[in-house]
Ligand binder design. Structure first.
Ligand SMILES: [Zn+2]
Length: 326
């Protein structure tokens, strides 16, 4: 609760109304143990963002074939790759790998609120089923899958004794080293922040470790670093945060970013939605809204002025080639 902060009054009102009609909080449930936190139904988000998309250029017009960069997506949880970059995967899945970091399970099974609500008996059942859902979704987008054993926030001790930041940085560093070794261009994507209104500790840890590692490799001829907008958190952010999200991000990270949008055709958008719906246990929990429609509606409003054949986009933020900035 203490980490969820600065909700606007309007937002709280929306949350209360959403609860009144039986909605639950995606944020709260996504975080698992965050009982008692402000609850918001994703379905209650306004369709029109108050926060417009930044001025951006198109992400990587591809030449096709072997010259196109490989793609590595660092995802905190099993559904994050599909929710945030499922369209990019629908387009470029065959040369993509999605690494899910917080895919571990406690040695002795536990039962958290989030697991119960997702219909599972315990953490073992939950993580096995969720890994399977991820395998199905990623296979539909032709993306390779890797899972790491970090414990989800809901399974970690309240006061962790291990050096999780250091371990994350070392694992990300290994991803970068392996990318450099391949000699083929690689674009690595990790979650952007989505404060100031909402945060999730796992997303934040991965973001911070990534930015630290990336900052040490700026200008590398082989590897490019990108942040992606986290859906559905970012949908909330764009609906409630009136200042420039880009400025917020740049200030928080001490970097300049180059916004680049991944344009999606109707077919790619459909493939993304289908993959998002493959996470059936998480879908069931989203009782107040159809997560497929929500992701479609967010992506179609993120880049106004798209021209046929493009109907939607995913916004990314590329780290500059040369060191920063402020
Ligand atoms: Zn997540």
């Amino acid at each position: 609760m203490s980490r969820m902060r600065r909700f606007s009054f309007i937002f709280l009102l929306a949350a209360v109304s959403a609860l009144a009609i039986g909605g639950f909080s995606y944020y709260r449930r996504h975080a698992g143990v965050r009982t008692g936190g402000p609850a918001v139904a994703v379905a209650s988000l306004p369709a029109t963002p108050k926060q417009p998309a930044p001025t951006a250029t198109a992400y990587e017009p591809t030449a096709g074939g072997e010259k196109d960069p490989l793609i590595v997506i660092l995802a905190p949880h099993f559904d994050d790759g599909a929710l945030s970059l499922g369209g990019l995967l629908a387009r470029d899945g065959t040369r993509s790998t999605v690494i899910t970091f917080f895919a571990g399970e406690p040695t002795a099974p536990v039962r958290t609120t989030w697991d119960s609500r997702s219909g599972f008996g315990d953490s073992h059942e939950a993580m096995v089923a969720r890994a399977r859902e991820n395998a199905v979704a990623m296979a539909s987008l032709h993306a390779a899958v890797e899972n790491l054993g970090y414990l989800d926030y809901q399974y970690r001790p309240k006061a962790p004794t291990d050096d999780i930041e250091k371990r994350l940085a070392a694992d990300i560093e290994a991803v970068v080293a392996s990318a450099i070794k391949k000699g083929r261009p690689v674009n690595i994507f990790a979650p952007a922040l989505f404060e100031p209104n909402v945060e999730h500790p796992d997303h934040k840890l991965l973001h911070e470790a990534f930015v630290k590692v990336a900052a040490a490799h700026l200008g590398n001829a082989t590897v490019a670093f990108y942040l992606y907008e986290d859906f559905p958190y970012m949908a909330h952010e764009t609906a409630t945060f009136r200042k420039s999200f880009l400025s917020f991000l740049e200030k928080a990270d001490g970097m300049n970013y180059l916004p680049e949008y991944v344009t999606l055709t109707a077919e790619q958008m459909d493939a993304k939605v289908a993959a998002v719906l493959d996470y059936k246990s998480q879908r069931r929990e989203l009782s107040s809204g159809d997560i497929g429609s929500l992701v479609r509606s967010f992506d179609t409003t993120r880049c106004p002025g798209l021209k046929s054949p493009f109907v939607a986009c995913e916004m990314t933020y590329r780290l500059p080639d040369t060191a920063a900035v402020r």
